[in-house]
Ligand binder design. Structure first.
Ligand code: GAF
Length: 387
């Protein structure tokens, strides 16, 4: 992303002065979908696309003057007025400001202009990129950088929960804040322990195909899926007062079978997917250590199948892209992120890459009248101050 571009807009839309520039990336996730809020494992990495913001204190007590460069929209609001702005993009700024205040950062009024090259609604978490970028800026401008990385992750997640209506897990904010170039991260979402995994699969490429079906978690059945999982846990816990059951992470296949009739087929299938996905992430870790990309790919296809048939977060277009991947002999392919649109992530042998991309573009265009967008994955660094 272009620093000078953001700076020129910041100068033009405010008082001609410059501020500090911060950037945070979107993310990919190799495997481990809808496991984060179930206390399981995820395998994300930050990408080379994200959000860049210029920010500067403006001398007021609590007035934020915000400009979205991409939307060409300006919103001014008082973050202590108890309601905040209506524009959905500005609610991320409002929410993270209040969450950083809760963490003890003495935030005052500021000006902010921001732009992004992470595609919106593509399942690469442009919203987490915004939250972590703004958190990074507020921490630096007002908080002497005393807020820890983990607290910024949690502040981003709380922004989604409290101001944007999405009861998400912690994967996206974690990846955006902790990302490192060339490395994926295996995160245990229950203990929050994580490990960096250098990711350089010789002979393969990771590529995203954007179905261009806009994925939007607010207002989607994302929260319903979470409720289904929590309902199953509640039933298992009631049957086993001797145990501690916080999330599906604590539940076994046998316990799930025990409550099948009482929770109903829909919630059963959701939980069945999550238990399987928990095992698949661990299998993929072992396979990566062994350099066994065939197994990695096989697990990706299994995840797609589960997300489509059991968790029901796919759509016709994503299933179509997945089928094309199979036909082209792609090693692994699946929906990435929350679902309901967005991208597939594909692990492709170098020699099949050109044919796969050309075939996917052609067939998708023939069927849907538009070509999928193609993004080569470059694993990059997390949130940072640029200057
Ligand atoms: C979205 C959420 F924000 C994440 O927390 C995660 O649940 C993901 O969907 C599915 O794995 O990106």
């Amino acid at each position: 992303m272009d620093i000078e571009f953001v700076r020129s807009r910041f100068i033009k839309h405010f008082d001609g002065k410059t501020g500090n520039i911060y950037a945070s990336p979107g993310r990919i996730n190799l495997i481990g979908e809808h496991t984060d809020y179930n206390g399981g494992f995820v395998f994300p990495g930050a990408v080379d696309k994200g959000i860049m913001a210029e920010m500067r204190p403006n001398g007021t007590e609590s007035t934020i003057r915000a400009y979205s460069i991409d939307l060409k929209d300006r919103v001014d609001f008082d973050f202590h007025d108890g309601k905040g702005p209506r524009a959905s993009w500005a609610r991320y700024i409002y929410g993270i400001t209040l969450e950083m205040e809760k963490l003890g950062v003495p935030v005052k009024g500021f000006n902010i202009a921001f732009a992004g090259d992470v595609p919106l609604g593509a399942g690469m978490s442009s919203s987490a990129a915004m939250e972590s970028c703004f958190a990074c800026g507020l921490n630096d401008l007002f908080g002497d950088n005393k807020v820890s990385k983990w607290d910024m992750v949690l502040a981003g997640q709380a922004t989604e929960h409290n101001y944007c209506g999405v009861n998400c897990g912690i994967m996206d904010q974690f990846a955006s804040v902790f990302g490192q170039a060339g490395k994926l991260m295996r995160l245990d979402c229950r203990s929050r322990e994580f490990e960096y995994f250098p990711f350089d699969p010789k002979g393969y490429k990771l590529v995203l195909l954007n179905s261009c079906v806009k994925h939007e978690l607010a207002g989607s059945p994302y929260n319903d899926r979470r409720n289904s999982c929590e309902n199953v846990v509640k039933h298992i816990a009631a049957k086993h007062p001797e145990g501690t059951f916080e999330t599906l992470r604590d539940c076994t296949w046998e316990q799930l079978e025990e409550v099948r009739a009482e929770v109903g087929e829909e919630d059963y299938s959701r939980a069945h997917f999550v238990l399987g996905e928990k095992d698949r992430v661990l299998a993929v870790c072992d396979a990566l250590v062994a350099g066994d990309y065939e197994t990695v790919g096989k697990k990706m296809y299994e995840t797609h199948e589960g997300l489509s048939k059991e968790y029901e977060v796919s759509c016709e277009e994503l299933d179509f892209l997945n089928d094309i991947a199979k036909e082209c002999g792609v090693t692994g392919s699946r929906i990435m992120g929350g679902g309901f649109g967005g991208c597939t992530i594909n692990l492709v042998k170098d020699e099949l890459y050109d044919d796969f991309i050309a075939t996917a573009k052609k067939k998708y265009y023939e069927k849907y009248g538009k070509a999928p967008k193609v993004y080569d994955v470059i694993i990059s660094d997390g949130s940072r101050k640029i200057c």
